[in-house]
Design a protein around this ligand. Structure first.
Ligand code: PMP
Length: 359
């Protein structure tokens, strides 16, 4: 802390990113990366762009990528005017907090959800109120209806629980709060959920945010996007153009466009992750873990007799890293990314040994 810091920065609790260790030998199951790698077509497009053209600024509108996303969703009435792109969905969300969520009433989000939301509230001075999830960690739509709100945001599937709110319930929420923006953060939706994108044409207050970091295995490229009514998109563009008018570099635009078009690679790798998740859930249950129903590329699991922080520390000793959150309500859980089948087996084998050893 220094006297030169602004009051906002002094009061801020920054988001703590998942660890990105420098050692390569680790079994890394802590930040929900996809083990199967990006589309070869995306890699070729990135390589083709990595030449003399880097002298030139990228297209500030990233038109090619917006068109690819619009074409993919054309059946739902989506055009380029419904699409916003940014440097990872974290940046898209940051712009959305500034552009759409600064109103008099507090915004609402679940007590257990993506921990970047309170940080953005601190940074952009957005008042918020957290709404407790039910005992089984499900989101109760009724808790969000009939209350004055400056906006609503929630991940679906939720993070870090992996629990899914069915699309009919998402629609009930969006329809029931027509005067406030509802942002559905669908970072993990491709692993078992139904996207709310088909609702966008009917609800001008709905913004759906997705990322290429998870199901497209491009976390390192930093590309995310939002789909919503053109009026919402214009607000996001206004913030972007007041911040960094070139958020996506030329390689990101080229690679992301190719990745969106490679449906075959997407389907294959997504199915592989889902199949590995089911095997991992079965293995964890055999070891006595309670596992929340997951529609994501991670699982959230607790052991009734073993301390989660100690288990995470023991796994780390074996070179396996998983995520543990210290917040009271979830401190007994481990969040484990679905890796390759070998990585999942290494985790299960290590857990089996530790469960025997630990008191
Ligand atoms: N939303 C949720 C719920 C997430 O878990 C993440 C990943 N940490 C993000 C958004 C951001 O992902 P990215 O910036 O890589 O698109």
């Amino acid at each position: 802390m220094s006297k030169f810091w602004s009051p906002i920065v002094s009061r801020l609790t920054p988001y703590t990113p998942g660890e990105q260790p420098k050692l390569s030998k680790l079994v890394k199951l802590n930040t929900n990366e996809n083990p199967y790698g990006p589309s070869p077509l995306a890699l070729a497009a990135i390589a083709a762009e990595a030449g003399d053209s880097l002298r030139l600024y990228p297209d500030p509108e990233a038109d090619m990528l917006k068109r690819a996303l619009a074409e993919q969703n054309a059946a739902h009435g989506i055009t380029s005017a419904h699409v916003f792109v940014g440097n990872g969905s974290d940046e898209v969300l940051a712009h959305a907090f500034q552009a759409l969520l600064q109103h008099e009433e507090p915004i609402l989000f679940p007590d257990i959800s993506y921990s970047f939301y309170p940080t953005y509230c601190g940074l952009y001075q957005v008042a918020h109120r957290t709404v407790p999830l039910a005992a089984d960690f499900s989101l109760r739509v009724d808790d969000y209806l009939g209350v004055a709100a400056g906006g609503i945001i929630f991940p679906n599937p939720n993070a870090p629980t992996g629990c899914l709110l069915p699309l009919a319930e998402v629609e009930r929420l969006v329809a029931g709060q027509p005067d406030c923006v509802v942002i559905v953060d669908e970072a993990y939706v491709d692993f078992g959920g139904d996207s709310a994108i088909p609702l966008v044409a009917r609800y001008p207050n709905l913004l759906v945010v997705q990322t290429l970091s998870k199901s497209r295995s491009l976390a390192g490229l930093r590309v995310g996007f939002a789909i919503g009514h053109p009026d919402l998109i214009t607000a996001l563009e206004r913030v972007k153009n007041s911040f960094n008018s070139y958020p996506l570099d030329r390689m990101a635009i080229a690679g992301a466009t190719a990745a969106i078009k490679d449906q075959a690679h997407f389907d294959k790798t997504r199915q592989a992750v889902i199949a590995s998740r089911e095997r991992m859930v079965a293995g964890l249950k055999t070891l006595g873990f309670e596992v929340l129903p997951s529609a994501a590329n991670f699982v959230f699991a607790r052991h009734p007799r073993h301390d989660a922080a100690k288990l995470a520390a023991s796994l780390r000793g074996d070179g396996i890293i998983v995520r543990h959150f210290s917040a009271a309500r979830i401190a007994q859980f481990l969040r484990i990314t679905v890796g390759t089948d070998e990585a999942c087996q290494a985790l299960l084998d290590a857990l089996q040994l530790h469960l025997k050893k630990l008191p």
